[in-house]
Design a binder for this molecule. Structure first.
Ligand code: B12
Ligand code: SF4
Length: 576
């Protein structure tokens, strides 16, 4: 049995490509389950394959799969359908299986209208898919009906079996890191929340299941050994069980895993002790769903959090030097200029250093969607249109596109306008044990202003001045490689070459082996016209491609100078 697992493409390009470029974590779990049972599996991240379309056919022809499983989030279902169609054209016998949150909630529609799909795995996929593969291998058509958590066609009828019981002990799942390398990991499944716009509650259930701390850290360690240093913890509410998270943090520290990670949580699931451990174990950012400043809208969204909890969680998180990121949603039922002002007020009170503003989206499997469907009397057939998604306001006569655009502009504008104040307002806990971490926090933040997202946004005034201030703050706490380099590069951009040389010199005294600092210093000297010093710095690194270009530059200039000098001398001699 040759099995391919494919993460298909979305229809629209994203401004932030990283939102869609990483395959969902689940595809690795499903793949690991098959590998552990001896099946050859290949995972294809085809989020951008439509840009080189010929590769689809070429790859399928070469791989000759017997089964293809697709990981479907709602918005990439058309990519899955297109690829499935092509695969069936090439080999009508190939079995096409859709799984994932987008397939689970639309299984009827997908099986009714898209004959190229043979099976849909409903919900948690590992066990059901394994059983399906075994059954297909045995050619056991009767066996299909005994597999729990499956939907399929039988003649003209659609069938679905009873839901598969959720896996109680997640540690029983084969560890994906033994077979694959990836950066997104999840400790838990399920969320204590029950927000009306979110598909997670119905998909995963309300009971939060989790791995043991050891399994989770073993996974991190395996990936770390394979070279992964930055992780994205994908849990809905990573900090759901504080003691388990603290155990993870202790273990990361004990095993000396030099990693950084970001996580998602709810404002009512953090406290000082927990945040301190998280920071010490490498956490750099926590994203919190704040959604709206209007209590009425939060109620409509069933986001059970209070304004005071939001403020407290943000100030506490940032005190420990963890970037607190706010997710806001606008364009919700009942949204008006007044409720947008409420959101703005909450944002001003919360002072996040990062904020993402989403327009409320309609997803099958959410209460918002089901309620609206009942109220407006439409059916799942709306998804037969070749669109990625439908935004809530498109279905609400009280909201117009113009209003939504204006809301978004106001919120984003307000955030960028006030961001410099939020930065000034930062107050970190004063504890020498955190000095090195605080330096790291400030220099990371500075970097977003000097070279990252904030550097590119016109709406933010004087980002480089903010960066300079932050880099200097970092160095007040501790020597920090990123701060030396960042300042060096900033000064270089501003043509303050003497300042740049000074600060990089200080950096090199602390980090003499840093090639980045050496390169920066070499450039400083080149900018100063001192090519001999630059060359002397670069020569020991002549094996590195980045050094080679500059070495060639220096040699050329020095040679030209020599030639000129000789020319002048010769001309001078003739003159005499
Ligand atoms: C972390 C996260 C992100 C992260 C990382 C995403 C990633 N690629 O890993 C970021 C921030 C980048 C992100 C982006 C987006 N996300 Co998101 N995200 C999540 C979140 C919180 C966790 C995902 C996760 O790791 N789950 C744990 C793993 C184990 O589950 P899994 O991947 O679903 O896999 C299991 C099953 O689905 C199934 N399965 C999956 N694939 C396959 C394949 C086969 C063949 C089979 C048989 C089974 C199967 O079996 C797996 C194991 O049991 C979920 C909510 C949730 N809890 O699921 C939302 C969620 C998936 N995201 C959502 C959305 C809308 C998005 C975006 C479209 C947002 C945007 N505006 O662009 C993008 C989509 C791009 C993308 N590549 O994911 C929605 C999806 C709704 C929908 N019906 O499609 C969710 C459900 C949240 C919500 N609002 O309802 N997301
Ligand atoms: S939005 Fe977040 S808190 Fe609410 S149910 Fe979904 S994952 Fe949980």
């Amino acid at each position: 049995m040759r099995i391919l697992l494919i993460y298909p493409y979305f229809l629209e390009d994203r401004i932030h490509a990283e939102e869609v470029s990483v395959p969902p974590m689940g595809i690795f779990y499903v793949g690991a389950m098959l590998k552990a049972h001896g099946y050859p599996v290949e995972i294809l991240n085809w989020h951008a394959i439509h840009k080189t379309e010929h590769l689809i056919e070429e790859t399928l022809k070469k791989a000759k799969p017997d089964i293809i499983g697709f990981s479907i989030l709602h918005a990439n279902r058309w990519g899955g359908i297109d690829i499935a169609r092509k695969a069936k054209e090439l080999n009508p016998k190939v079995k096409i299986v859709f799984g994932g949150i987008g397939a689970t909630f639309l299984w009827r529609l997908l099986l009714t209208h898209f004959k190229e799909i043979d099976f849909i795995v409903l919900g948690e996929g590992e066990r059901t898919f394994l059983q399906l593969v075994k059954t297909i291998e045995k050619n056991d058509n009767q066996g299909i009906e005994k597999i729990k958590g499956l939907a399929f066609r039988q003649g003209k009828k659609l069938e679905h079996t009873e839901p598969a019981p959720r896996i109680k002990d997640l540690d029983q799942l084969p560890m994906p890191a033994k077979y694959f390398t990836y950066t997104h990991v999840a400790f838990t499944r399920g969320c204590p929340g029950n927000c009306t716009f979110c598909g997670s509650p119905l998909f995963w259930g309300h009971q939060v299941r989790r791995h043991s701390s050891d399994y989770f850290v073993d996974q991190l360690e395996l990936l770390y050994q394979k070279g992964v240093k930055q992780f994205y913890f994908s849990d809905d509410t990573f900090t759901f069980q504080a003691d388990a998270v603290i155990a993870i943090c202790r273990e990361i520290i004990k095993r000396k895993l030099d990693i950084t990670w970001v996580a998602i949580s709810r404002v009512n699931y953090v406290n000082g002790e927990l945040l301190a451990w998280m920071r010490k174990a490498g956490c750099t950012q926590i994203s919190f769903g704040v959604e709206s400043g209007s209590k009425t809208i939060r109620k409509t969204l069933n986001k059970k959090i209070h304004t005071e909890q939001v403020k407290k969680a943000f100030s506490l998180t940032q005190k420990y030097g963890i970037m607190a990121r706010a997710y806001f949603i606008y364009g919700s039922p009942g949204e008006t200029h007044k409720t947008i002002q409420d959101t703005m007020d909450l944002m001003l009170a919360t002072k996040p250093l990062s904020a993402i503003f989403y327009i409320l989206d309609l997803f099958p499997g959410t209460r918002l969607y089901t309620d609206l469907m009942e109220r407006l009397k439409f059916s799942d057939d709306i998804w037969l249109e070749r669109v990625e998604d439908i935004l809530y306001f498109e279905k609400d006569p009280l909201l117009t596109r113009e209003m939504i655009l204006d809301f978004g502009k106001r919120l984003r504008g307000g955030f960028y306008q006030h961001l410099p104040e939020f930065v000034d307002h930062l107050e970190l806990i004063q504890d020498p044990a955190f000095n090195r971490l605080h330096a790291d926090f400030y220099s990371r933040l500075a970097m977003t202003f000097s070279h990252g997202d904030y550097a590119r946004l016109k709406a933010i005034k004087a980002p480089r001045a903010i960066a300079e201030k932050l880099y200097k703050k970092a160095l007040q706490y501790h020597t920090d490689h990123r701060a030396f380099l960042g300042l060096g590069m900033l000064f270089q951009q501003q043509r303050k070459i003497e300042d740049a040389i000074n600060i990089v010199e200080q950096g090199l005294a602390q980090f003499p082996a840093s090639f980045d600092l050496i390169l920066c210093q070499a450039l400083n000297h080149m900018n100063n016209g001192d090519f001999e010093t630059a060359l002397a710095l670069l020569q020991p690194h002549k094996d590195r491609p980045a050094a080679q270009t500059y070495i060639a530059n220096c040699l050329k200039v020095l040679e030209d100078r020599r030639q000129n000098f000789r020319g002048r001398n010769l001309r001078g001699q003739k003159h005499k």
